[in-house]
Design a protein around this ligand. Structure first.
Ligand code: NI
Length: 371
């Protein structure tokens, strides 16, 4: 099955095929409706942390539930941590047990549409149906209508805003769907977390590896002085306005914790020999997907950030079923330039094997490496 629709957008396989199709990355889940205050927990809980005084961070997990969700919930429970789950309605209907567990254990639940489409390609009526369908799926399971919405891929439009719910985005993307490396989850969080941050991860089947980083991520954040909260707790009494997008808690009142040493990365087999410093990060590569459709948006660009010199990246993996999919181009926005390979493991350079910073190229590229 092609991972792309004719319009060049990632598609969500039908529920009956999701088990195997979940090996596909949740590409570009530049992926927020969360249960309102009444739906945050089914049982009494202690007073919420005051994020006007504390350095709070909200962990969010998109695109579930999946077969990976129970293990994540086990880890969160063991660490006494509450998170926020932005659910895809059709997945929720398929795994009601996990949804009820999320609710029972005090996590916040938000609406991530019914089938996870790129809303920018849909008609206003279709946008409404996706958002209303996701909301209804969650309400049918939890008995509570989610208040917070996270549109897939962070897509915002007048139609999405007009649905009448706050749009909860993120300011720290772990890029878990891209690198599948728990060590990178930790290093990216260390580099990007701020008081008031909303952290984006995914609890899909193909993110099982990166989800193993969650216990260490929680320890690291707490050791650094952060308090982990749900998205509703992060904003507390601050009124979230319908149709308004939020990426983090307002910086106006947020305190910063005293810098603390960040714990060593996970004991992992992942090889990451580059220094975990901003200086070692070479820049960003954009994978630009061209649509063959005559109408509609022509392309969608996806940033892949945090590349380090000498690091090899596979293009094919995120593109998944490339055969028959729209063409794509790499755009090199690194400060170093990149080398192009026609094998998936950076083992055979293509004839025109380098790109200069700022250039863009269509090619038989299967992987690339930053100079
Ligand atoms: Ni998503």
């Amino acid at each position: 099955m092609s991972y792309f629709s004719r319009a060049g957008r990632p598609t969500v396989p039908a529920p009956a095929t999701r088990l195997s199709a979940q090996t596909l990355p949740t590409l570009m889940c530049l992926c927020a409706a969360v249960l309102g205050p009444a739906g945050q927990s089914a049982k009494p809980s202690p007073p919420a942390p005051d994020c006007a005084r504390l350095a709070c961070v909200a962990l969010t997990f998109d695109d579930g539930p999946s077969v990976a969700t129970d293990s994540l919930l086990d880890d969160l429970a063991a660490d006494h941590t509450k998170a926020t789950f932005f659910l895809v309605g059709q997945e929720a209907r398929y795994r009601t047990k996990q949804v009820k567990r999320e609710q029972a254990e005090g996590h916040a639940i938000g609406n991530h549409t019914l089938t996870h489409p790129y809303l920018g390609d849909l008609t206003p009526a279709q946008v409404h149906d996706e958002l209303a369908g996701g909301e209804q799926a969650i309400a049918d399971i939890t008995g509570t209508r989610p208040w917070l919405v996270r549109p897939p891929y962070g897509n915002q439009s007048a139609q999405v805003a007009s649905f009448g719910h706050p749009l909860l985005l993120w300011d720290l993307d772990t890029l878990d769907w891209w690198h599948h490396d728990p060590a990178q989850v930790l290093s990216r969080a260390a580099a990007g977390v701020r008081s008031g941050s909303i952290v984006l991860m995914h609890d899909t089947e193909n993110q099982r590896d990166t989800l193993t980083a969650v216990p260490q991520l929680i320890r690291n954040l707490r050791n650094a002085g952060y308090t982990l909260v749900t998205v509703p707790e992060l904003f507390g009494a601050a009124a979230l306005k319908p149709g308004t997008a939020y990426r983090n808690r307002s910086s106006a009142t947020r305190p910063e914790p005293q810098p603390q040493p960040w714990a060593d990365p996970l004991p992992t087999t992942a090889q990451d020999t580059a220094q975990d410093t901003d200086a070692a990060i070479a820049g960003t590569v954009l994978l630009r997907y061209h649509s063959a459709a005559a109408t509609g948006p022509a392309q969608l660009a996806q940033a892949v950030g945090g590349l380090r010199p000498g690091e090899c990246r596979n293009v094919v993996q995120p593109l998944a079923a490339l055969a028959g999919a729209p063409a794509f181009a790499l755009r090199d926005d690194t400060a170093h330039g990149i080398e192009l390979y026609d094998q998936r493991d950076c083992s055979h350079q293509v004839a025109a094997n380098t790109m200069a910073p700022g250039t863009e190229q269509d090619d038989e590229v299967r992987s690339f490496k930053v100079h």
